[in-house]
Ligand binder design. Structure first.
Ligand code: C5P
Length: 227
């Protein structure tokens, strides 16, 4: 079978990572969640005091970009790779609502994007990769053999994210999660550098009414047509 690159883009909480993980496991491909990289940079900026609810020192972050080392390390127990920031596992820390509320601001910074995009291109140079994010089919791998664009209504996505956070023991309201989802949608689609947009040759999947199994089988068929 031919090895390909699979790019999965779309709005937040559309189930991109779940689908990407399933595909990677099925085909023995590498899975890369690029959102985790933007989240880790955001967590770094929070730790350094460069960003909080009322303040963002963009220049300080840009100046310290060379001090940020990002790595994915595969956890065999979990069956997926976890995010490491300067050799520390930050997989839990980067998934909080606080990081979610700052990450789109950090992801607007061109210097941040070019650093991460360069690393992402390097990870995909041998193909056999499933990468999910916002700009994978448009910027990171414009030549990907398969591009998927996932959508679902904001309320469906907020409900999903809310259930996830509650299950983790976060005390949060649905309204707050919905507001965060809508704010990120807005910033992600309106930023100047690499806005979230569907590539011309992407296949759109609206999964408001598809369960995990149905969407997985749909994409499996698409991959099999190509390889
Ligand atoms: O995918 P996830 O929701 O974890 O991504 C968090 C944020 O990181 C997004 O809302 C977006 O602002 C940013 N992001 C991005 N480009 C990517 C992946 C994520 O700008 N390729």
């Amino acid at each position: 079978n031919k090895k390909i690159t699979i790019a999965i883009d779309g709005f937040s909480s559309t189930g991109k990572s779940t689908l990407a993980k399933q595909l990677a496991n099925h085909f023995g491909y590498v899975f890369v969640d690029t959102g985790a990289m933007y989240r880790a940079v955001t967590f770094f900026a929070m730790q350094k005091g460069y960003v909080n609810a009322t303040f963002f020192d963009k220049q300080a972050l840009i100046n310290s970009l060379s001090n940020i080392k990002l790595q994915f390390k595969f956890n065999t127990d979990l069956g997926f790779a976890e995010m490491y920031l300067n050799d520390v596992n930050v997989e839990t820390e980067i998934r909080t609502i606080e990081v979610s509320s700052f990450v789109s601001k950090v992801a607007e910074v061109s210097e941040v994007r070019s650093k991460l995009v360069e690393q992402q291109k390097e990870m995909g140079k041998d193909k056999a990769i499933v990468m999910d994010g916002r700009d994978i089919g448009t910027v990171v791998f414009p030549d990907a053999e398969l591009k998927i664009f996932m959508t679902a209504s904001a309320s469906t996505r907020a409900k999903r994210r809310y259930d996830e956070l509650v299950q983790k023991g976060d005390s949060i309201t649905y309204e707050k999660v919905l507001k965060n989802v809508e704010e990120r949608d807005y910033i992600d689609t309106h930023r100047e550098d690499s806005p979230l947009i569907m590539a011309d040759d992407a296949i759109e999947i609206d999964n408001s009414h598809l369960n995990r199994k149905e969407q997985f089988e749909l994409v499996l068929e698409l991959v099999n047509e190509i390889t």
